[in-house]
Each structure stands twice: as structure tokens, then as C-alpha cells.
Design a protein. Structure first.
Lengths: 238, 310
């Protein structure tokens, strides 16, 4: 079978899987969504406040910290996976938690990937706000919490971009969740690790079909985020 | 107009919330007894474990899962206590694993054989020779730019066998003709296929890949049926004193299942496209020229009897 036929065959398989509601693949898809959405939200819960602080506080070494965070945005997933694995391994320092080969371990590994992405983009969105706005806020001597709300609200376009980038990195990553999840069927098999397994087994059409399903759910999540982004842009210009 | 827009927004938020809640609330069904087998790529790629799973699961109310690794990584992961049992194929390292105290028992359960595969036109002229001569011819043709050898290069059992063959052939395998993929069996065969090169595969993985890739896989068997190409698979029970958190009872059940009459006949009945890929050999490894394991077999037979499995 030529390459093009395999891809077409993959589309046919994807339709077949979607229409038949295959339980195994439904489970794999929901696990992927659950792990990557949770990792994105947790990454944001830590990344946005820290990014805000770094952008707002003028402290010594701020550019070094920012550079480090920007570098971490490119962390290789497989290295994160290996380090998290060594920590969670039965003979590792956190082995007593028995987290290895669980979805929670996969969330932890992906959170380490999403956190610097959200943090880095938050820093740059806050820094790129108009200096006039900051001056106005300063002249009003607004309480810090109010000031933070205004600035975060004004940079919401950038913050949504941060979520989109973080979710994209999480849902498409295979190296980290393969190491810490182990790709155990029914427990920790996610879309990307299943794609890798089917590719190794030479079942290319199934691998392509899962790739299409992955793109579809990523499209669904991004449709929602982009809608929010567009809406906030419209509101801002009026 | 504006209320229509709001309704649309509400609907979208509603759907999004449902999706998120479903995704977060979803927990895969988790029966109590999970068994994690650290194993080599060939038992997974061929579909053998997929085939055995329903039998084992229903017999022991278990959920059999596996880590898809090369033998080297499987031994490493198990030595850290991150798997319940090992099913691998590299005798030398298996014995070292047991003698270092990581495992308590090792037994040969089945075998198949390795084959040297290569392009149909066989540029090295390795056909019709034994395995060692074939390796010499491939190296010679490689050095003169007429052949390529693709190695797993991943410390797997297959990689270990390949290194033994090079040593036997007295060849130091390096140079532009020697390519190392660092990946599993099926990906390595595919690289060899693209490059028109030679490689070594267990017969099972090669056969399975040929049945899924059909005519796009143009490599053929160049050398086979040599005693040095024998590929025995062993199961190792891990030391439960050293690794108290592993599921050693279920691991023992899995070992007994694999050596029981039923397990052995299931292994023998597993076929891909009508071809048997693994041959049961428990209790009589000497019949294929391996060292006898009578003491281990005697002990396991008594366990089988006490559990009513046999």
C-alpha cells in the first residue's frame, strides 16, 4: 500500500471508530483530554500568578529569571518524563506515593511542561501592556489586588494564548507520559502513546485514525478558547 | 440580537463545561488485581500478549498489562521495582539479573528463532551460508559499499544476539555501512526496508510486520535455521523481599499460567496468518540444546499441582 492510500485508509478508520463508539478508543481519548486539560489548568494556576509577579516586581536578576523561564518553555518532554520517572520509581525518593503508571503521574509530568509556557507568555503579555495604563493605576494608588485584576483583565488576550500554547504542548506530547505512564492499556494509554504503539506495530492506518481524533479534540478545545479570545478582543475595541 | 449572542455564548460554555467535567470525572475501570509485565517488543508487536490476556484475566480475575520495552530497559525498570514480573529474551543478562539478587527464579517458557533478513537481490551473497558466515559477508560487502546493516543499537535481546554474532564472526561492526536505529524491532525492520539493508529480527516480529505491511515490505529471509539463531524467552520472578510493593502473588500466578499445560498449548496455538510464532518449551529446554532446568521445573510442577493447574 502506498503512503497516500494508508492516509486515506486512516481517514476511513477514523470515521469507523468515531461512528462505532469503540470503548477502548473512547477511554484512551477521554484519558488524553483529562490529563492534558488538568495539566494545562494546573500549569496556569501556578504560571499566571508567578508570571504576574515577575512582570510587576522590579527585582534584581529579573531578566535572568525571565530568560530561564523562556528556556524552560522548550523543555524536552522525554527528559521531563525520565526525571519524573526517577523520582516516582519504587526506588526513587517519592516511590512511597505509588504514583508511577497513574494518570496523576502523567498530569504531574505535563504540568512541568505547561507551567513555564503559561508563565513565560504571561510575563510578556503583562510587560507589553501600555505604560500609560500602569501610570494611571499608580496615580490612582489602587489597592494591589484591584490593580492585579485590571492588569490581568487587560492582558486576557495573551493569557488565552498562553492556555492555547500550553494545551497544544500537553495534548501532543508523547515522551513524558510514555515514561511515567507506561502506556498501560486501560490505565495510562493516551492518544499519543497509542499512536506510537500502533506505528511500531506497523498498523499505520489505525495510527493515522488516532492522529485525526487527536486533532479533532484539540480543535474542539481551541475553538472554545479562540472564541473567548475573539470575544474579549471585540469588547476591548468597543 | 444581543440576547441571541448571549444564548449562543451560554450554549458554548455549557458544552465546554460538560466536556471538561466528563473528561475530569472519567476514571478507567480499575479492577483490583493489576499485573504489570515488563517485556520485550516482540511479545507485544506479534500480538501474543493481547492474545493471552483474556485467558489469564478470566482465570485469575486479573487485569494483565505490560510495559513495552527492549530487554535492556525491561531489566533496568524491573531492577528498580517498577514492574511485577519479567518476560524477556537475553539469557546472559537474565542470569546476571537473578544472580545479583533481583530475581528469585528464571525459567525458559517458549522459543522461536532469529532470522537474518535482507533485500531480495542479496548484494552480500549471504544466502545459503550459516549465520556467522552471513555476518562476515555482509560486513565485507558493507566495507566495499555494496550493503548496509541496520542494527537495533538499543541493548535489547536482539541487539545482544547481534553483538554475539559479530564477535563470533570476528568483525568490528562500524563504518558508514553500519546503521544503528536505537529503536524497536518493527521500526528497525522498516529502516532496513527503506535502505535496502540487512538486519536481524526474531521470526515472529518479522512475520507479523510482513502481514501488516504486505508488499510494502520487500525484505526476505536470507539466513535461518542455525542453532546460534535460537531465541528462547524466559520469565523471571522478582525478589519480593527486595521489592515489597510488587504484586508477587499475581506474578507467580502468571508464571504458573504460562508453564501450565493450558498456557503452553495456548502459546503453541497462537498464529498470525496461519503461522505459529512461538513454540512452548517449558520443562524440556535440553531438547533444543539449552541447559536443562530440571530443579526449577520440579519446583514449579509442585506449585502447579498444589494450585490444581498442572
Amino acid at each position: 500500500m502506498g503512503g497516500f492510500e494508508i492516509i486515506l485508509d486512516g481517514f476511513a478508520r477514523a470515521l469507523q471508530i468515531l461512528s462505532s463508539g469503540d470503548q477502548e478508543i473512547l477511554g484512551i481519548t477521554l484519558l488524553s483530554l483529562r490529563v492534558s486539560l488538568t495539566a494545562t489548568l494546573l500549569g496556569a494556576a501556578f504560571g499566571i500568578p508567578l508570571g504576574f509577579l515577575i512582570a510587576r516586581k522590579d527585582f534584581h536578576g529579573r531578566s535572568v529569571v525571565t530568560t530561564i523561564i523562556n528556556t524552560l518553555m522548550g523543555l524536552p518532554p522525554v527528559v521531563v518524563g525520565l526525571v519524573v520517572y526517577l523520582f516516582l520509581s519504587a526506588s526513587g525518593p517519592l516511590g512511597f506515593l505509588s504514583l508511577l503508571y497513574t494518570p496523576e503521574a502523567m498530569i504531574l509530568a505535563q504540568m512541568i511542561l505547561t507551567f513555564p509556557i503559561v508563565c513565560g507568555i504571561t510575563i510578556s503579555s503583562i510587560l507589553s501592556l501600555s505604560p500609560k495604563l500602569k501610570e494611571t493605576l499608580a496615580s490612582l494608588s489602587a489597592p494591589p489586588s484591584w490593580e492585579a485584576m485590571v492588569l490581568l483583565n487587560e492582558s486576557r488576550l495573551g493569557l488565552i494564548t498562553a492556555l492555547i500554547a500550553a494545551f497544544g504542548a500537553a495534548i501532543s506530547e508523547v515522551g513524558a507520559i510514555m515514561m511515567v505512564g507506561g502506556n498501560l492499556l486501560g490505565y495510562t494509554r493516551a492518544l499519543t502513546t497509542a499512536i506510537m504503539l500502533y506505528t511500531n506495530m506497523g498498523e499505520f492506518a489505525t495510527a493515522i485514525a488516532l492522529g485525526i481524533i487527536l486533532l479533532l479534540i484539540a480543535f474542539g478545545v481551541n475553538l472554545f478558547l479562540t472564541y473567548l479570545q475573539m470575544r474579549s478582543r471585540v469588547r476591548r475595541t468597543t | 440580537m444581543s440576547s441571541l449572542k448571549n444564548n449562543k455564548l451560554l450554549a458554548i460554555i455549557f458544552i465546554a463545561v460538560i466536556v471538561v467535567v466528563l473528561a475530569i470525572a472519567y476514571k478507567p475501570a480499575s479492577p483490583p488485581q493489576r499485573l504489570i509485565i515488563a517485556t520485550t517488543t516482540s511479545t507485544v508487536d506479534t500480538g501474543l500478549l493481547d492474545y493471552l490476556k483474556p485467558y489469564f484475566d478470566s482465570m485469575f480475575n486479573a487485569d494483565m498489562t505490560w510495559l513495552y520495552l527492549g530487554t535492556g530497559q525491561a531489566l533496568e525498570v524491573a531492577s528498580r521495582g517498577d514492574a511485577d514480573i519479567l518476560l524477556v529474551h537475553d539469557r546472559a543478562r537474565e542470569d546476571a539479573f537473578v544472580s545479583s539478587g533481583n530475581g528469585t527464579l528464571r525459567v525458559t517458557v517458549m522459543y522461536n528463532d532469529f532470522v537474518i533478513i535482507g533485500p531480495q537481490n542479496d548484494p552480500a551473497g549471504a544466502r545459503g551460508t550459516n549465520a556467522t558466515e552471513a555476518m562476515v559477508k555482509i560486513a565485507q560487502a558493507g566495507a566495499s559499499g555494496n550493503a548496509v546493516f541496520v542494527s537495533r543499537g538499543d541493548n535489547s535481546g536482539t541487539n545482544a544476539l547481534e553483538k554475539r554474532l559479530w564477535t563470533k564472526a570476528g568483525v568490528s561492526a562500524s563504518g558508514t555501512w553500519y546503521v544503528s536505529t536505537g529503536s524497536g524491532m518493527a521500526p528497525t525492520i522498516r529502516v532496513a526496508n527503506e535502505k535496502g539493508g540487512y538486519t536481524i529480527s526474531d521470526r515472529g516480529s518479522f512475520h507479523k510486520l510482513r502481514s501488516t505491511m504486505n508488499t510494502t515490505l520487500s525484505l526476505v529471509i536470507i539466513c535461518e535455521n542455525d542453532t546460534s539463531l535460537l531465541n528462547p524467552y524466559g520469565i523471571i520472578l522478582l525478589n519480593s523481599t527486595k521489592y515489597p510493593n510488587i504484586n508477587s502473588d499475581l506474578a507467580t500466578d502468571f508464571l504458573l499460567f504460562m508453564v501450565s499445560r493450558e498456557g503452553q498449548s495456548l502459546i503453541g496455538n497462537f498464529t498470525v496468518d496461519g503461522k505459529q510464532l512461538f513454540f512452548p518449551i517449558y520443562g524440556r529446554p535440553e531438547s533444543i540444546g539449552l541447559p536443562p532446568e530440571s530443579a526449577t521445573a520440579e519446583y514449579l510442577n509442585s506449585l502447579l499441582r498444589s494450585k490444581g493447574l498442572e
